[in-house]
Design a protein around this ligand. Structure first.
Ligand code: SF4
Length: 431
C-alpha cells in the first residue's frame, strides 16, 4: 500500500488532477451567496511602504494591473449576484489610483456595506481632498441600494516614513475636510499593533482629539464635537516586502493564532472563508456565504478556502459556476468547513518546514497559498481532504476505485503521505 501511495507522489500535479476529476458530489448544497467580498483595484501604489504585504510600488508586477471599465462592470454584476454582505475595496495596491473604479463601485454595487481602504496619500491639500470626498459622496448618493460606507485610512510608521510619505498632517487634512463636509460615509483608521499608543496619539494631537480604549486592539479617536473615529490595530505581518525588513516588530505584535482566537467557531477552528470581516468593529461575523477575493488582474478565489492552483480568472462566469469549480476540489470542502488551523496542523505533519515558514509570516491572507505551495504537500492534503469529505458523505469517487479505496481507508493516511513526501524528495521526484 505504501508503494502504491508513493506512486501517486511521482507526479503530484497529475495525481491531484486525477482526484479532482474523479470526485462526484452527493447531496451537498454549494454556497449560493457571499460574505465578505474583497476587490483589489490596482497592484500599484505610489507610497511604496517598506513593510507592504503586497510589495507594492509603481513598478508593474504583471501584464494586467487593473480591470477595464467593462470588466469592472461585469465584476459588479458578479458581486451583486453573490449577495455579499460587505464589499471591501482594498489591497493589492492603492485603490485611489483607480478612483473612477472606486466611484463606479460606490454608485452601482448592491451590498449592504462598503469599506474603502486607502493610504490617503492624496490628502496633500484641502482643495484636492474636498474634491475627492465630494465625488465619493455624490457617487454613494446615486446608489439606489443605499449602502453604509466607511473610508479607512492606513496609518503607521511605514506610511509616515515611506518614499512618498503620508504625513500626520495629511491624515489631519482628510479628517478636517471630512468633518466639514459631513459626507454620507464614515471615516476610520487602521494600523499595526507595534504602533498602538504612538500613531493614535500623534493623530489625536494633530486633531485636538482624545483617545478612548474600545477593546484590546481597537481605539476611538474622539473629536471635540463628539465625533468618533475608530482605529484598529492589526497584527504585524512579515509577508511581501516586510520579509526583508531590518526592524522586525513581531515581538510587539500578537501572532495570528492569538489575534484570531476570539473569532474561532470552535476549538482551533478558524473558518475565515465564511466570515464577514468587520475588524473595525472587532468582529468577524459568521455567515452562510463565502468570502471572495478578486485581484486587480481578475484572478479570484475563496478567501482562505481555495488552493493556489484552483484560482479562477474572471471572464463573466456566474457565481454558481465559480462555486462549482472551487468545490470540485476536496481541499475547498475542508478549508471552508474546518478552517485554517486544521490545514496548518495537517501540513505540520506532512512538511514541518513549510508549516513553520508559512506561520512565520503571521499573515492569514497568505497562509493557504504558502501551506499548499509544494505540489507534494498539495497532493497529500487533497487525499486527506478527500477522505474527510467521503467520511461525511459529501463526495465519492465512483469511477476511480483506487482513489475511492484510499479515501475510504482507516489507516494513518497523514503519516503515510508524510513518508511518501520524504521519499519522493529524497529521490527527487517532487518539490
Ligand atoms: S500604502 Fe498600502 S498598498 Fe501602498 S505600499 Fe503602503 S502598505 Fe502597500
Amino acid at each position: 500500500m505504501t508503494t502504491a501511495l508513493g506512486a501517486l507522489f511521482d507526479r503530484p500535479r497529475e495525481s491531484r488532477e486525477r482526484i479532482i476529476t474523479a470526485m462526484r458530489h452527493r447531496l451537498f448544497p454549494l454556497p449560493d451567496r457571499g460574505s465578505s467580498f474583497f476587490i483589489h483595484l490596482s497592484e500599484l501604489c505610489p507610497v511604496a511602504c517598506e513593510h507592504c504585504m503586497y510589495s507594492s510600488d509603481l513598478n508593474r508586477k504583471s501584464t494586467k494591473d487593473s480591470l477595464s471599465p467593462d470588466e469592472l462592470d461585469a465584476a459588479i454584476g458578479f458581486i451583486d449576484e453573490s449577495r455579499s454582505e460587505k464589499l471591501n475595496i482594498t489591497g493589492g495596491g492603492e485603490p485611489f489610483l483607480k478612483f473612477r473604479s472606486v466611484l463606479r463601485l460606490l454608485e452601482r454595487v448592491n451590498v449592504p456595506r462598503i469599506e474603502i481602504v486607502t493610504a490617503g496619500y492624496w490628502g496633500t491639500s484641502e482643495k484636492r481632498t474636498e474634491r475627492l470626498l465630494r465625488r465619493m459622496d455624490e457617487a454613494l448618493l446615486r446608489n439606489p441600494y443605499r449602502p453604509v460606507a466607511m473610508l479607512r485610512l492606513s496609518i503607521d510608521r511605514y506610511h509616515i516614513d515611506a518614499p512618498r510619505p503620508v504625513r500626520i498632517e495629511h491624515y489631519g487634512t482628510i479628517t478636517r475636510v471630512w468633518r466639514r463636509l459631513s459626507p454620507g460615509f464614515g471615516l476610520g483608521f487602521r494600523s499595526i499593533q507595534p504602533d498602538m499608543d504612538v500613531v493614535d496619539k500623534a493623530l489625536a494631537a494633530e486633531l485636538g482629539a482624545t483617545i478612548e480604549p474600545v477593546n484590546e486592539w481597537n481605539r476611538s479617536v474622539v473629536m471635540d464635537d463628539g465625533r468618533v473615529l475608530p482605529i484598529t490595530f492589526n497584527v504585524f505581518r512579515l509577508s511581501g516586502k516586510a520579509a526583508a525588513l531590518r526592524d522586525d516588530l513581531s515581538a510587539e505584535s500578537q501572532t495570528i493564532k492569538e489575534y484570531y482566537a476570539p473569532y474561532e467557531s470552535g476549538s482551533n477552528r478558524l473558518t475565515l472563508a465564511t466570515k464577514v470581516n468587520d475588524a473595525i468593529r472587532g468582529t468577524y461575523a459568521a455567515s452562510t456565504g463565502v468570502a471572495v477575493t478578486m485581484d486587480s488582474d481578475g484572478t479570484f478565489w475563496i478567501f482562505g478556502g481555495t488552493a493556489p492552483d484552483r484560482r479562477l480568472t474572471f471572464n463573466g462566469q456566474s457565481f454558481t459556476a465559480a462555486m462549482t469549480h472551487f468545490f470540485a476540489d476536496p481541499i475547498t470542502h475542508l478549508l471552508v468547513e474546518e478552517g485554517l488551523w486544521y490545514l496548518a496542523d495537517l501540513v505540520d505533519i506532512l512538511d514541518p518546514a513549510t508549516h513553520a515558514a508559512a506561520l512565520g509570516k503571521n499573515d492569514v491572507a497568505a497562509l493557504v497559498e504558502d501551506l499548499l505551495a509544494p505540489e507534494d504537500v498539495r497532493l497529500a492534503v487533497t487525499l486527506l481532504a478527500a477522505r474527510w469529505a467521503v467520511a461525511r458523505g459529501r463526495v465519492s469517487f465512483p469511477g476511480d476505485l483506487w482513489i475511492q479505496e484510499i479515501a475510504e481507508g482507516t489507516d494513518d493516511l497523514a503519516a503515510r503521505c508524510a513518508t511518501a513526501i520524504r521519499e519522493g524528495r529524497r529521490h527527487g521526484t517532487a518539490a
